[in-house]
Ligand binder design. Sequence first.
Ligand SMILES: [Zn+2]
Length: 176
Amino acid sequence: MANFSHSNNKKGKVYVLDTSAIIGRFLSSDSANITTNGVIKEIKDFNSRIFTEDALEDGRLEVREPEQWAIKRVQSIMETSGDILRLSEVDMEILALAVTLTESYEPILVTDDYSIQNLSKILKILYRSVLTQGIEEVYRWILICQGCKKQYPPQYKGEDCEICGSKLFKRRIKGS
Ligand SMILES: [Zn+2]
Protein backbone atom coordinates (compact mmCIF):
# COMPACT_ATOMS: atom_id res chain seq x y z
CA MET A 1 0.00 0.00 0.00
CA ALA A 2 1.43 3.34 -0.98
CA ASN A 3 2.02 5.84 1.72
CA PHE A 4 -0.33 8.81 1.55
CA SER A 5 0.08 9.91 5.14
CA HIS A 6 0.80 13.54 5.63
CA SER A 7 3.91 14.56 7.45
CA ASN A 8 5.86 17.74 7.84
CA ASN A 9 8.47 16.40 5.44
CA LYS A 10 6.68 17.33 2.29
CA LYS A 11 7.51 15.01 -0.61
CA GLY A 12 8.94 16.47 -3.76
CA LYS A 13 6.53 17.00 -6.61
CA VAL A 14 7.02 15.09 -9.87
CA TYR A 15 4.94 15.15 -13.02
CA VAL A 16 4.03 11.85 -14.69
CA LEU A 17 3.37 12.41 -18.39
CA ASP A 18 1.11 10.27 -20.55
CA THR A 19 1.01 10.45 -24.35
CA SER A 20 -1.48 13.33 -24.39
CA ALA A 21 0.81 15.34 -22.09
CA ILE A 22 3.79 14.92 -24.42
CA ILE A 23 1.76 15.69 -27.54
CA GLY A 24 0.42 18.75 -25.68
CA ARG A 25 4.08 19.77 -25.03
CA PHE A 26 3.74 19.67 -21.26
CA LEU A 27 7.09 19.98 -19.46
CA SER A 28 7.34 21.47 -16.00
CA SER A 29 10.41 23.60 -15.44
CA ASP A 30 10.31 23.41 -11.63
CA SER A 31 9.73 19.69 -11.10
CA ALA A 32 10.91 16.45 -12.69
CA ASN A 33 8.91 15.12 -15.64
CA ILE A 34 8.75 11.34 -15.84
CA THR A 35 7.24 8.92 -18.33
CA THR A 36 7.50 5.28 -19.41
CA ASN A 37 9.15 3.66 -22.43
CA GLY A 38 5.69 2.57 -23.57
CA VAL A 39 4.58 6.21 -23.83
CA ILE A 40 7.71 7.17 -25.74
CA LYS A 41 7.11 4.35 -28.24
CA GLU A 42 3.57 5.67 -28.77
CA ILE A 43 4.80 9.10 -29.89
CA LYS A 44 4.68 8.88 -33.67
CA ASP A 45 4.44 12.34 -35.16
CA PHE A 46 7.73 13.90 -36.15
CA ASN A 47 7.57 17.15 -34.15
CA SER A 48 6.51 15.35 -30.98
CA ARG A 49 9.39 12.90 -31.43
CA ILE A 50 11.89 15.74 -31.75
CA PHE A 51 10.38 17.40 -28.68
CA THR A 52 10.67 14.12 -26.73
CA GLU A 53 14.23 13.38 -27.83
CA ASP A 54 15.38 16.90 -26.93
CA ALA A 55 13.75 16.68 -23.51
CA LEU A 56 15.31 13.26 -22.84
CA GLU A 57 18.71 14.45 -23.97
CA ASP A 58 18.84 17.51 -21.75
CA GLY A 59 17.33 15.67 -18.79
CA ARG A 60 14.05 17.53 -18.57
CA LEU A 61 12.25 14.24 -19.21
CA GLU A 62 13.16 10.97 -17.51
CA VAL A 63 12.05 7.41 -18.16
CA ARG A 64 11.08 5.06 -15.35
CA GLU A 65 9.14 1.82 -15.35
CA PRO A 66 6.42 0.93 -12.83
CA GLU A 67 7.04 -1.70 -10.20
CA GLN A 68 5.14 -5.01 -10.15
CA TRP A 69 3.20 -4.29 -6.96
CA ALA A 70 1.91 -1.07 -8.49
CA ILE A 71 0.94 -2.79 -11.77
CA LYS A 72 -1.06 -5.41 -9.81
CA ARG A 73 -2.78 -2.70 -7.79
CA VAL A 74 -3.80 -0.74 -10.90
CA GLN A 75 -4.95 -3.88 -12.73
CA SER A 76 -7.20 -4.95 -9.89
CA ILE A 77 -8.75 -1.48 -9.67
CA MET A 78 -9.22 -1.40 -13.45
CA GLU A 79 -11.14 -4.67 -13.25
CA THR A 80 -13.54 -3.44 -10.57
CA SER A 81 -14.05 0.05 -12.03
CA GLY A 82 -14.93 -1.18 -15.51
CA ASP A 83 -12.24 1.01 -17.08
CA ILE A 84 -10.27 -2.05 -18.17
CA LEU A 85 -11.87 -1.95 -21.63
CA ARG A 86 -11.03 1.69 -22.18
CA LEU A 87 -7.43 1.62 -21.07
CA SER A 88 -4.44 0.32 -23.01
CA GLU A 89 -1.38 -1.42 -21.63
CA VAL A 90 0.49 1.88 -21.91
CA ASP A 91 -2.27 3.69 -19.97
CA MET A 92 -2.11 1.05 -17.25
CA GLU A 93 1.67 1.40 -17.04
CA ILE A 94 1.59 5.17 -16.68
CA LEU A 95 -0.93 4.86 -13.86
CA ALA A 96 1.23 2.18 -12.24
CA LEU A 97 4.28 4.45 -12.58
CA ALA A 98 2.42 7.21 -10.71
CA VAL A 99 1.49 4.68 -8.00
CA THR A 100 5.12 3.50 -7.84
CA LEU A 101 6.33 7.08 -7.39
CA THR A 102 4.00 7.72 -4.43
CA GLU A 103 6.59 5.85 -2.36
CA SER A 104 9.05 8.73 -2.58
CA TYR A 105 7.29 11.61 -4.29
CA GLU A 106 4.04 13.46 -4.71
CA PRO A 107 3.28 12.48 -8.31
CA ILE A 108 0.88 14.47 -10.44
CA LEU A 109 -0.38 12.63 -13.47
CA VAL A 110 -0.68 14.90 -16.49
CA THR A 111 -3.31 13.56 -18.88
CA ASP A 112 -6.29 14.59 -20.96
CA ASP A 113 -7.59 11.02 -21.01
CA TYR A 114 -10.84 10.83 -19.07
CA SER A 115 -10.44 7.14 -18.14
CA ILE A 116 -6.93 7.73 -16.80
CA GLN A 117 -8.22 10.71 -14.79
CA ASN A 118 -11.04 8.56 -13.44
CA LEU A 119 -8.64 5.82 -12.35
CA SER A 120 -6.32 8.43 -10.81
CA LYS A 121 -9.20 9.59 -8.64
CA ILE A 122 -9.85 6.05 -7.42
CA LEU A 123 -6.12 5.46 -6.83
CA LYS A 124 -5.87 8.80 -4.98
CA ILE A 125 -3.26 10.03 -7.45
CA LEU A 126 -3.29 13.76 -8.10
CA TYR A 127 -3.87 14.61 -11.75
CA ARG A 128 -4.31 17.59 -13.99
CA SER A 129 -5.17 18.02 -17.62
CA VAL A 130 -2.60 19.14 -20.14
CA LEU A 131 -4.24 22.28 -21.45
CA THR A 132 -5.48 23.90 -18.25
CA GLN A 133 -2.32 25.53 -17.00
CA GLY A 134 -4.35 28.65 -16.36
CA ILE A 135 -6.06 26.95 -13.43
CA GLU A 136 -2.91 26.25 -11.48
CA GLU A 137 -0.48 28.81 -12.74
CA VAL A 138 -1.58 32.22 -13.87
CA TYR A 139 -0.07 33.32 -17.14
CA ARG A 140 -0.30 36.67 -18.78
CA TRP A 141 1.03 38.21 -21.93
CA ILE A 142 3.55 40.97 -22.37
CA LEU A 143 4.98 42.48 -25.52
CA ILE A 144 8.71 42.35 -26.09
CA CYS A 145 10.77 44.19 -28.65
CA GLN A 146 12.63 41.89 -31.04
CA GLY A 147 15.48 44.39 -31.21
CA CYS A 148 16.26 45.91 -27.82
CA LYS A 149 14.09 43.54 -25.72
CA LYS A 150 12.21 46.38 -24.09
CA GLN A 151 9.01 45.11 -22.51
CA TYR A 152 5.61 46.66 -23.04
CA PRO A 153 2.32 45.98 -21.25
CA PRO A 154 -0.20 43.88 -23.23
CA GLN A 155 -2.47 46.92 -23.67
CA TYR A 156 0.30 48.84 -25.52
CA LYS A 157 -1.25 49.96 -28.80
CA GLY A 158 1.74 50.21 -31.11
CA GLU A 159 3.18 47.40 -33.21
CA ASP A 160 6.73 48.71 -33.18
CA CYS A 161 9.17 49.57 -30.40
CA GLU A 162 9.22 53.26 -29.46
CA ILE A 163 12.97 53.03 -28.73
CA CYS A 164 14.42 51.18 -31.71
CA GLY A 165 11.47 50.72 -34.06
CA SER A 166 11.72 46.92 -34.21
CA LYS A 167 8.63 44.68 -34.25
CA LEU A 168 7.08 43.66 -30.95
CA PHE A 169 6.10 40.07 -30.23
CA LYS A 170 3.91 38.52 -27.57
CA ARG A 171 5.38 36.39 -24.84
CA ARG A 172 3.55 34.41 -22.21
CA ILE A 173 4.94 35.01 -18.72
CA LYS A 174 4.13 33.46 -15.40
CA GLY A 175 2.16 35.77 -13.15
CA SER A 176 1.95 35.55 -9.41
ZN1 LIG B 1 13.29 48.13 -29.24
